[in-house]
Design a protein around this ligand. Structure first.
Ligand code: NAG
Ligand code: NAG
Ligand code: NAG
Ligand code: NAG
Ligand code: NAG
Length: 341
């Protein structure tokens, strides 16, 4: 009797062990398969991003050539042109260690890119697998002396050399969305008064009929329409003085016709374009780009966009399309954002 029980117990233990081991093998196999699938997906995404990039680049090159007769790579006047541009290259951040040039456009994931660039340069000789760019505070990435920009190099030969040999990249975004993002961030839910004082007061004074004294003094209640009206009448022959960097056309911040960027990423395909840059820059194994959720809490949704733009008049949209004409054309955006439902 006792032997029989012991035998049963043993049988159960053996069976249980077998089931456990088989389960373990299956779950390991599943895990491996999902890892493999993940790797394959990433690779496919990367290939697709690279293909899109090539199409985008050749489109931009063609438009640039049609409009300006510029072909940066095989242009014998390249150095002359870059020299005349040099003083405007204050948005091109240079990373001499990793041989990168990043043109930053505010409101297009620029804080995260700055964090990444700061992070990879922090401990150049250590394993920075664990380095999280989000450990770097947003305000620290905006300290002017945190980065060296291309205009700060005096020697134009050096500037040209870097432009020719470093990996250069930039990110663009639908200009209408960028405007909305700037408006919400700088005028609506801002906790700093800088933009309201510097621009808000001026906008109220110039574009509002019968403003209250408080509005004139504080510039705190600028409407989206007033903001757009202000943008629409700026002198586009004088971008550098007239346009704050938050609404200056990307073309006038990064000069994509004069500079042959290796990657021109889009906000609309941020994730895969970011991976492409990290891969080409050979830093993909060192760092993770911060995920959207962590930092993009006030990303305007398409609902919000149509809510803000629905009452904007045809005339105003037309004027804005003229201001951002080059961005719209080069980067293939629609002339009107209101069609987007
Ligand atoms: C950034 O903000 C933190 C607190 O929010 C502050 O302690 C720190 O000094 C700031 N850094 C810079 C460079 O302004
Ligand atoms: C460029 O020249 C200015 C003025 O001569 C000097 O202050 C600055 O340090 C120079 N910059 C570099 C990168 O050599
Ligand atoms: C606004 O300011 C002007 C001049 O300072 C003053 O004459 C006027 O009474 C003020 N209006 C209101 C409503 O406070
Ligand atoms: C616009 O800026 C250009 C270049 O600075 C200047 O020549 C022109 O007079 C300006 N136009 C207006 C209307 O102010
Ligand atoms: C747009 O205009 C309509 C009709 O005039 C109005 O009812 C609506 O509140 C306006 N929407 C916004 C966001 O201003």
């Amino acid at each position: 009797m006792r032997n029989k029980n012991e035998f049963r117990l043993l049988l159960w233990i053996i069976l249980g062990t077998i089931v456990f081991i088989v389960g373990l093998i299956i779950s390991i196999a599943k895990h491996e398969r999902s890892l493999r699938e993940k790797r394959e997906r990433r690779l496919l995404e990367l290939i697709e991003a690279q293909d899109n990039q090539q199409l985008r680049q050749s489109y931009i090159r063609n438009v640039c050539y049609d409009q300006y007769g510029w072909r940066p790579l095989n242009d014998s006047l390249y150095e002359v042109k870059v020299t005349s541009l040099a003083k405007y290259l204050d948005h091109l951040i240079v990373d001499d260690i990793n041989k990168l040039i990043y043109c930053f456009v505010p409101k297009v994931a620029s804080t995260n890119w700055k964090r990444v660039l700061l992070a990879i340069n922090m401990k150049p000789n250590e394993n920075y697998n664990e380095l999280n760019p989000l450990d770097i505070k947003g305000n620290e990435s905006h300290v002017p002396q945190a980065f060296r920009t291309l205009n700060q190099y005096n020697d134009t030969t050096e500037i040209t050399y870097k432009l020719r040999s470093y990996l250069k990249f930039m990110f663009v975004r639908n200009p209408y969305e960028r405007l909305l993002s700037a408006f919400r961030n700088k005028f609506e839910d801002t906790f700093k008064d800088y933009f309201r004082e510097r621009f808000g007061r001026k906008i109220v004074k110039q574009f509002r009929q019968q403003p209250t004294n408080e509005s004139l003094e504080r510039g705190h209640d600028v409407t989206f329409e007033e903001f757009l009206t202000y943008i629409s009448q700026l002198n586009t022959s004088d971008h550098n003085h007239q346009f704050n960097e938050h609404w200056r056309p990307v073309t006038n911040l990064c000069f994509p016709c004069a500079i042959d960027y290796d990657v021109i990423g889009k906000y609309e395909t941020l994730h895969s374009d970011v991976q492409l840059v990290l891969r080409k820059a050979r830093i993909n194994h060192l760092i993770q780009f911060p995920k959207r959720e962590d930092t993009y809490s006030n990303l305007p949704s398409s609902d919000l966009i149509s809510q803000y733009y629905t009452n904007v008049s045809d005339i105003l949209i037309d004027k804005l399309a003229k201001v951002y004409n080059q961005d719209i054309t080069l980067f293939q955006y629609n002339y009107d954002i209101r069609n987007k439902t």
